[in-house]
Write a protein that binds this ligand. Structure first.
Ligand SMILES: [Zn+2]
Length: 383
C-alpha cells in the first residue's frame, strides 16, 4: 500500500517544527537534514524520484532534487530549506510551532520559505496520476540565508536542468525578474607602529586607509555615473562603508586597520570584474604608504539577476497573476539557477516585509492562489 503525504497545512507544521537555521556564525548554524528528510519522504510517496545531494565540506547539509517524469525541458519549483536565526523572546508564540490567528499562520520560515515548499508539493499532487510530457522538479536547497552553498553546489554539478524555474521567495505572488547582486569585502592594512612624535619610525595604517576610502569613494562615483537602471528604486549601484577598526592610542603610529564595505551591483555588472577593478585600484597604495594592503571577500558574493526574456515565463507569470514583473531589493538563488540555463523568475506567497522578523507569518489567503498558479505553470510546462 502506498501512502500519501499529509495536506499542505500539516506539511507546513512539520517543516516549521524542524529547525534549520543557517548562519555564518557557527554557534547558530544548524543542519537542514530533517527538513530534507521530510520532503524526501513526502515526494517519494507521490512517486517522485529523489536525489539527496550532499554539500561539499558540510556533512550536515544537503539539497534535494525530486523529479516526476523524465526527459528534457520541464519546470523547477525551488525553495530553500533553511531559515535565518531568530530571537524567540521577541515572538508572541513559539517560532517553531505554527500558530494560527487573525487569518495568518505564524512561525519561523512560514513565508521565507518553507510554506512555498509545502504548497509546491500540494500543487504536484494533482499531477501524479497523469503521464507528464516533461518533468516536474521540486528543488530544495541548503544554506540560502548564509553562503548559498546549496545553490553553488548545484551549479558545480550542472543540475538540475529544465526549461524554466520558479523560486518561491515571498513576493506577494508578484513575478520578479531582476535584483541587484551583493558583495561584502574587507580591506586590511598592516603598517608599523611607533612613537607618534616621529612619523619616520613607522608606517601609518590609518593614513593609508584614508586614501583607500578616497579611492573607493571615487570608484563609487564612477559606478554611479556609468550604471543606471530605472527599474530599481535605488537606481544605481551602491557602495557602503560599513565598519572600520584600527589603532590603539593617539600617541602611537597606527599599526593596523581593517575596513569592511558592501557593494550592490546592478544587473549586467560582474562580481569578479568589480573585485578585480577594486584590487587594481588599491594595490599601488601599499607601496605608496609602505604598508601591506590586502583585500578579501567576506563571502563569495551573490551575482545580480535579470531575466531579459519578456516572452517566456515572465510573460506567463504576468498573465496568471495580473502583475507586471518588477525588481526587488534582496538577493536570491535566481542567478545560480539561471546559470544552469533555466528561464528563471522569483515568485512566491507571503511578503518579504514579514521575512527575517519576529512573528513572521504567511497569510491564509495566499495559500490557494499559490496552489492555483503553480498548477497552471505545471500544466503549461509539463503536460
Ligand atoms: Zn528566502
Amino acid at each position: 500500500m502506498s501512502r500519501t503525504p499529509p495536506d499542505a497545512l500539516a506539511m507546513l507544521r512539520e517543516l516549521i517544527a524542524s529547525p534549520s537555521i543557517s548562519s555564518t556564525t557557527a554557534e547558530w548554524d544548524q543542519s537542514n537534514l530533517k527538513v530534507i528528510e521530510l520532503l524526501h519522504t513526502w515526494l517519494e510517496e507521490l512517486g517522485f524520484s529523489c536525489e539527496v545531494m550532499p554539500i561539499p565540506h558540510q556533512p550536515t547539509k544537503a539539497n534535494l532534487i525530486a523529479t516526476l517524469g523524465t526527459g528534457p525541458g520541464g519546470l523547477v519549483l525551488s525553495g530553500h530549506t533553511d531559515t535565518v536565526p531568530c530571537d524567540p523572546e521577541l515572538w508572541r508564540t513559539d517560532p517553531f510551532r505554527v500558530s494560527e490567528r487573525d487569518q495568518r499562520l505564524y512561525g519561523l520560515g512560514t513565508c521565507d520559505m518553507k510554506g512555498f515548499l509545502a504548497l509546491a508539493i500540494e500543487a504536484a499532487k494533482s499531477f501524479v496520476d497523469q503521464p507528464l510530457q516533461q518533468p516536474l522538479i521540486i528543488l530544495a536547497t541548503a544554506d540560502e540565508e548564509s553562503a548559498m552553498s546549496g545553490a553553488r553546489a548545484l551549479v558545480d554539478a550542472g543540475r538540475p536542468k529544465a526549461r524554466a524555474a520558479v523560486i518561491g521567495e515571498p513576493t506577494s505572488l508578484k513575478p520578479i525578474n531582476m535584483h541587484k547582486g551583493i558583495m561584502m569585502e574587507a580591506v586590511r592594512i598592516e603598517g608599523r607602529s611607533g612613537h607618534s612624535s616621529d612619523p619616520s619610525l613607522g608606517a601609518n595604517a590609518l593614513d593609508a586607509m584614508h586614501q583607500v576610502l578616497n579611492e573607493l569613494s571615487n570608484f563609487r562615483n564612477e559606478l554611479k555615473a556609468k550604471h543606471r537602471n530605472s527599474d530599481f528604486r535605488v537606481d544605481f549601484p551602491t557602495l557602503n562603508f560599513g565598519c572600520i577598526h584600527g589603532g590603539d592610542n593617539p600617541n602611537r603610529i597606527c599599526g593596523q586597520c581593517e575596513m569592511e564595505f558592501d557593494l550592490r551591483p546592478l544587473p549586467g555588472m560582474s562580481v569578479d570584474g568589480l573585485r578585480n577593478a577594486i584590487g587594481e585600484r588599491l594595490a599601488p597604495l601599499g607601496a605608496q604608504f609602505g604598508v601591506e594592503l590586502t583585500t578579501r571577500p567576506l563571502f563569495p558574493g551573490i551575482p545580480p539577476f535579470q531575466n531579459p526574456d519578456n516572452e517566456g515565463l515572465v510573460a506567463l507569470a504576468e498573465k496568471l497573476t495580473g502583475h507586471r514583473a518588477q525588481a526587488v531589493a534582496f538577493g536570491t538563488e535566481a542567478p545560480f539557477l539561471q546559470q544552469l540555463g533555466m528561464d528563471t523568475i522569483v515568485m512566491g506567497p507571503g511578503s518579504i516585509d514579514q521575512a527575517h522578523q519576529p512573528d513572521e507569518y504567511l497569510a491564509l489567503d495566499q495559500l490557494q492562489p499559490t496552489i492555483d498558479i503553480l498548477k497552471q505553470l505545471i500544466t503549461r510546462y509539463c503536460l
